[in-house]
Design a protein around this ligand. Sequence first.
Ligand SMILES: Nc1ncnc2c1ncn2[C@@H]1O[C@H](COP(=O)(O)OP(=O)(O)O)[C@@H](O)[C@H]1O
Ligand SMILES: [Mg+2]
Length: 360
Amino acid sequence: MSERIPKESPKSPDKPEKRQQMVKLYHLDQQTHAILKKYPAHFLAKGGEHFVYEIGSKETGDLRDVVVKGSAQMAQVMTRELEDKGVEKPSDLPFERQEIFKRYLHEDEQKYLALRKTFGADHVMPQRRYIMNVPINEDIAEEIFGEESDKEDCWTLVTLQKRAKELSESKFAILDMGTEYVERSPVGPSEYARGKAESSLDRRSSILLMQAMKDPQLREQVEDFVKKAVTYTENEHEILDLIGSRNVYFYKKEQDDGTSRWSYRILDGFYAKPRIKILDKAKAAIGYFEEHGELKNKSEANVLMNALAYARSINAMAKSLGLKERVDILDDVKEETIEKLLNEIRKKTDYVDPNMTQKA
Ligand SMILES: Nc1ncnc2c1ncn2[C@@H]1O[C@H](COP(=O)(O)OP(=O)(O)O)[C@@H](O)[C@H]1O
Ligand SMILES: [Mg+2]
């Protein structure tokens, strides 16, 4: 139910000092809530949208292999909804509003099943989503609801997921298939043309490609991912969320015989706007632009930018690996129109040319 809005890179807990700071900031006092007494939650990470906690007690060695991820954006959406209706919990909402939440969870489940069907259960982190009331602390409340908030808990969409052990325990490098919004800087229209889209791979994906070129077994896995991503988009008219770190990554998986082989995992793959097929929405927005010379609003520009960033990255990887598959969004659009469209997206998403700010 969230929309990915371009912003600075999500907070990365990679640096130890920064991580320590975040652990302190997002620590939940285990004594304050009944649920925490039962399931102690230890802060693990925070991406652009989710607060991620491990469940279980490190002290007693009782670590369960589950993480709980609370969505900040959904906390805002739901809290607003409950406040508007003057009620405290989703089950007190009018019937039709409850149905909307239920339908959302159902559609979300369908999306998850489609991911598993396309990529194979091995490649998609097992997960379930719920609407839950979760404890928060003062700093989290401030971050989600603003300075004034004195909330100690809130309703939100919560994802329960198996813990990705390889992220903390693997002795091998983890390689991201990740995307940045190069659409925000002057990337040319030809990057989107079939067969030409090769030069704008993002930094992390370039590293992945470089390694894949040296390692046939990794290459086989990257090719598998790229082909299935194209199939997924063709069949489901959805994209994967490649913005941010560790959403889709390649890691070495230990085999029963003690050897290890590359595999990949989709950990945070949803582009989570409900009830829209993002590919259809992107194409409709392009159609509108061709007719009117502008995009309707910022939201459409965001959708389009995410769809383009995804298509460009997948296509660039496919081209670099010599695959014929492509995600087809802009193929029938003239280069000069693409140029104008990219400028319109930059304008509508408040893109600031870094050269301009340097001069100012
Ligand atoms: N199942 C998991 N196991 C271990 N770490 C996880 C898991 N899910 C998320 N994380 C960590 O939390 C970070 C943010 O989670 P993510 O699901 O990507 O949320 P966001 O939507 O905020 O990007 C990830 O980059 C990863 O480091
Ligand atoms: Mg993420």
